[in-house]
Design a protein around this ligand. Sequence first.
Ligand code: N9Y
Ligand code: NI
Length: 182
Amino acid sequence: MLTMDDIVREGDPILRQVAEDVQIPASDSDKETLKKMMEFLINSQDEEIAEKYHLRAGIGLAAPQIGVSKRMIAIYLTDDKDKLHQYALFNPKIISHSVEQTYLEGGEGCLSVDRDVPGIVPRQARIKVHAYDINNKEVILRLKGLAAIAVQHEIDHLDGIMFYDRIDKENPFKVPEGALKE
Ligand code: N9Y
Ligand code: NI
């Protein structure tokens, strides 16, 4: 199983690289990697397992964060309507998005960042994502709220972008015009 020792930290150049597309159909080895990423998220949200292995709870993970520069992400979160969003995706791509923006009220953190970086991270409020699932099936997801924010945070990792790159340097707490608070 993956533990925090497998999580690449800030400063490692892999977090700044643009990850490679995964060949579809995905290989067994790529599928295994993605399954391990999902298992990490589930374990990290299990109180007993997290305590035993000192896991920091996460709702999303991107392959570069475990040292694999390939376009794979996992999402595991329950939204405000108690809906479980569990996605293991190859080559996720935002094909359209709202003009309206959103942001997490408390700002964002990252499992690869061992410090607090305060500020508002503007995200698109609604996104439509094209990807391939673990069975190589094409999927289109329409997401909003926390799920949309998490997917954007993960796709950013695939493009070498960290959440704090998106915080306004002059005014970190400036709320984007008309943005929805999450
Ligand atoms: C893991 C991040 C991804 C999220 C950050 C913002 C959106 C996606 C992660 C650090 C520790 C806490 C945890 C988190 C959370 C947020 C809202 C509601 C409930 C992937 N990562 N976290 N970041 N939890 N829980 O770096 O899950 O934000 O790339
Ligand atoms: Ni992150």
